[in-house]
Ligand binder design. Structure first.
Ligand code: TZP
Ligand code: MG
Length: 221
């Protein structure tokens, strides 16, 4: 049975909009330049994850990311900066567990932005389910060097379990240590979207990696 019947949620209903179809290849990048470069390759979902800008520089980066999303008809999610995302009319917001403590869910939902939530453990998935976000990110699947990570990798078996439990109710994406070589095995768990940082941003030829991953996801997922 659907998760919603087994795990009913009490409390506020935020009604975050759906993301529509599956998210597919989901690069997570730290600049609008990267967004421009990857949307030009046909990427349709992307996250701006800026950790080192403030003030006007930050605002300009988010503004440009949102504009690029419109120009390329792509889903651009803004990590962390939900207020700027609302103000600038982003497609969606991506929040980690610490952000959930402080972000105004009601304001995000009322502004019509999608919400994606990071989860690393059973508890965090349960907490995310309480919000009924537009998508849930599950990770890390493998060890990762891109984020300080107090959690052990969940592995393919656990990812497969999450797909079974959540897949009927939520759009999912898998993240953490995924590269071209591992992507096929990840997709075999049934997850339809893969999020990645280093496999794309540190690739010698990011365009080639993106093309390979997009065609793999299209054929397998
Ligand atoms: N959340 C869970 S793992 C991760 C984030 C942001 C980092 C993913 O980066 P990479 O380089 O694809 O392992
Ligand atoms: Mg965060």
């Amino acid at each position: 049975p659907a998760l919603s019947r087994r795990l009913p949620v009490k409390g506020p209903r935020f009604n975050f909009p759906s993301c529509g179809e599956e998210l597919g290849l989901y690069p997570v990048v730290d600049s609008a330049d990267w967004i421009a470069r990857l949307l030009a390759c046909g990427v349709k979902t992307i996250q701006l994850r800026v950790k080192d800008l403030q003030g006007d520089a930050l605002r300009q980066e988010v503004e440009r990311a949102v504009a690029l999303g419109r120009e390329f008809n792509a889903k651009v999610f803004i990590n962390d900066y939900w207020q700027l995302a609302i103000e600038l009319g982003a497609y969606g917001v991506h929040l980690g567990q610490e952000d959930l403590d402080i972000a105004d869910m009601d304001a995000i939902a009322k502004a019509g932005l999608r919400l994606g939530v990071s989860t690393h453990t059973y508890y965090e998935v349960a907490r995310a389910h309480g919000l009924r976000p537009s998508y849930i990110a599950i990770g890390p699947v493998y060890p990762t060097n891109s984020k300080q990570m107090p959690y052990s990798p969940q592995g393919l078996m656990q990812l497969r379990r999450w797909v079974g439990i959540l897949g009927g109710d939520y759009t999912l994406t898998a993240i953490g240590g995924i590269d071209v070589k591992r992507a096929a095995a990840v997709l075999q768990t049934g997850v339809k979207s893969i999020a990645m940082i280093s496999a794309i941003t540190q690739a010698e030829n990011p365009e080639a990696v993106v093309a390979e991953l997009m065609s793999l996801i299209e054929t397998v997922a």
